[in-house]
Structures are given as structure tokens and as C-alpha cells.
Design a protein. Structure first.
Length: 343
């Protein structure tokens, strides 16, 4: 591809690399998920406070005869390897935009729980976009990549950006948030996934059943919690814990996830009993997220959760971390372009 004024890219793009490109991309936890009413387009308006955490997938793009997806890692058998995989759709979308064929082999080294409410599929889509852009030398601008991310899904733009951000609209309109320090988390990965649309539907059903109504016309606009944003800004873990559990949970999808998977309330309680400062369902679940004081606290809570037999695995992680980044050749932590101050 040389120049393409129809996409607004008129500079000579960087030469395509002949070799493979690997992109590392983080999971997210929603420190707040305020869900407004159901819109006419089937989505819900959100005030979605995202935090990128240090569970990562790696997506490697290599030249191939045709679009092909493979995966590795314990959850790999759960991943679709056809066009149902959002990473495949990302490659096709970018290729289509630049009028080229998506001749790429995408390999996903999977560490983010699948269908766990941690945006694993969205992360792979963002990583595939960045990897294919580098492999093909398409030279898409950041704004263009963000626009393509939003086409792919509500959480995909945040996987590109990382750090901490407020998502409005259906979650795709991002404002980066200032944070201080690093928060320690434990994630209890449940057996089996929960379907995000099913959890939103259950949220609507519970709202209707309670007589509050479920549509945008009936419900107030979702707003971020000032206390929660302040806790992120100052890095005060106990203030963040208080904000996470204010009014029960900062996650409006929590009641719906618990309704579909009642056993999650025992997992939440087990983490709190083990010393977590706050326990919430992560996004649409079924992963549960535990905010802890520090590293030793994280190990203690993760150990107790593993011993409880209430989850498939318990993982410790830090946040915020940087969004999707090319891994420099020769391996090592992604350095070039990493957001300032983010591991
Ligand atoms: O955008 P994404 O493809 O991740 O959304 C998956 C589904 O989750 C949507 O089809 C919709 O049912 C639900 N959703 C929603 N409101 C949002 C985001 C997602 O209802 N803001």
C-alpha cells in the first residue's frame, strides 16, 4: 500500500516487515460499570471506568497464504479459530480498509481468562490490529486504529489504550484518567464463561421486575463516581475499596451475573474473609476481582481462594499497565511507545 487519500493516510507508510510481529496486550477490570438504560440499538449507555491489569495475551502476526488463527495456553481449546474470533475480524477490517488481502497467520498465546469478563477477546482484537498494521506497513494513525477498535467492540478501544480510562457511550468513547501508584488485585477465574449479552439481558430483566424500567427513557444517565475517580487519582487503596463497594457494588452488572451464577457470591465472600479490601464481579463475569492492600496480601487471598475450591484458578495482578504494544525483536518487556510510567 502506498498512499490512500480516501482513508486520510497520505504519507508513505513504513515498509512492511517480512518477519513476524508480536503484540502484548493486557486484560481489564472495570473498577466501575454504571449501566444506563437499554438504547434503541440494543446497547446500553455506560460510565465505564477501566483499569488495565497485568494478565496478558500475546498475538503474533506472520505472513501466510490466507487468514489463519491458532492458539496456545490452557484455555486455547475454548477459542474459535475461524472468523468468529474477533482477532480474525480485526485483521479483515484493517485489510479491507487498506484494500489488501488479509494474508496473515495470527497466533494467540492466551493467558487472559476466556469469556471471563476481562475483555480477553477484545484484547486479542486490539493486538491483532496493531500487529497486522506493523506487519503490513499500513501505517494507520492512532485515531484510525481507535476508530477500527470501536467498530470491533465496545471494550476494544480500551485494550489499545490501556492505563485507566473512563468509557462513555457504549464504552468506546474514552477519556484517559490520571492515576497514582499501583493497585494490587487477585482474580478468581470461574469454571465456564458467561455471555456478555446474556448478562446485559438479565440486568434489563431484573430492572423491569423491580418496577424501575429498563430503557434510556426510564433510567438516569450513568455517571462516574467522583470518589472512585479521586481514589484512582490519589492511589489510595482504601478509598478505592470503599468506592468499589459503595451501594453494594460499583458494577451494575454484578446483580445480573450473580443471578445467572449464584455460586459467585460464595467466591466473593471467601475473598473478603481472606482479607481482600473489596470484592466485585469483573465486568459481566464470571471472573471475580479482589482489591488487596499489597503483594503479600494478594498472595494470601489468592492462596485462600485456591484452597476454597470455589474457583478454577486465582491469579494475582497489578494495575494500571500499558495497553497493546509491539514486543521488541529479541523479546523482553515492550519498551518503545509504552505509556509513561506504566509497567
Ligand atoms: O460491543 P460488544 O460486541 O462487546 O458487545 C457485546 C454485547 O454486549 C452487545 O451485543 C450487547 O448485547 C451488550 N452490550 C450492551 N451495552 C454495551 C456494551 C455491550 O448492551 N454498552
Amino acid at each position: 500500500m502506498t498512499s490512500d487519500t480516501s482513508t486520510g493516510v497520505d504519507a508513505v507508510p513504513a515498509p512492511a516487515t517480512a518477519t513476524a510481529v508480536t503484540v502484548r496486550v493486557p486484560a481489564k477490570v472495570n473498577v466501575q460499570l454504571a449501566v444506563g438504560g437499554l438504547r434503541a440499538d440494543g446497547f446500553h449507555d455506560l460510565a465505564n471506568v477501566f483499569l488495565a491489569v497485568s494478565l496478558h495475551d500475546e498475538v503474533t502476526a506472520a505472513p501466510a497464504e490466507e487468514l489463519r488463527i491458532t492458539a496456545s495456553g490452557p484455555d486455547a481449546p475454548l477459542l474459535p479459530t475461524d472468523r468468529a474470533n474477533l482477532a480474525a475480524r480485526a485483521a479483515e477490517l484493517l485489510a479491507d480498509r487498506y484494500g489488501i488481502e488479509p494474508r496473515v497467520h495470527l497466533h494467540i498465546a492466551k493467558d487472559i481468562p476466556v469469556a471471563g469478563g476481562m475483555a480477553g477477546g477484545s484484547a486479542d482484537a486490539a493486538a491483532a490490529l496493531v500487529a497486522c498494521d506493523a506487519l503490513w506497513g499500513t501505517g494507520a494513525s492512532r485515531a484510525e486504529l481507535l476508530e477500527l477498535c470501536a467498530v470491533l467492540g465496545s471494550d476494544v478501544p480500551f485494550s489499545l489504550v490501556g492505563g485507566a480510562a473512563l468509557g462513555r457511550g457504549r464504552g468506546e468513547l474514552l477519556t484517559p484518567l490520571e492515576t497514582a501508584g499501583t493497585f494490587h488485585w487477585v482474580f478468581a477465574v470461574a469454571d465456564g464463561g458467561l455471555s456478555t449479552p446474556a448478562v446485559y439481558r438479565e440486568c434489563d430483566r431484573l430492572r423491569l421486575a423491580s418496577g424501575r424500567g429498563a430503557t434510556v427513557a426510564e433510567l438516569p444517565d450513568p455517571e462516574p463516581s467522583p470518589g472512585l475517580l479521586e481514589a484512582l487519582r490519589t492511589g489510595e487503596v482504601r478509598a478505592l475499596a470503599a468506592a468499589l463497594t459503595e451501594g453494594g457494588s460499583s458494577n451494575d452488572l454484578q446483580a445480573a451475573a450473580l443471578s445467572l451464577r449464584p455460586s459467585l457470591s460464595r467466591t466473593l465472600a471467601a475473598g473478603e474473609e481472606a482479607g481482600a479490601l473489596a470484592a466485585v464481579v469483573s465486568g459481566s463475569g464470571p471472573t471475580t476481582a479482589f482489591l488487596v492492600e499489597d503483594g503479600p496480601g494478594a498472595e494470601a487471598v489468592a492462596g485462600a481462594l485456591r484452597d476454597s475450591g470455589l474457583c478454577r484458578s486465582a491469579r494475582t495482578a497489578l494495575g494500571p499497565v500499558a495497553g497493546a504494544r509491539v514486543v521488541p525483536l529479541g523479546g523482553g518487556a515492550p519498551g518503545a511507545g509504552a505509556a509513561a510510567g506504566l509497567p
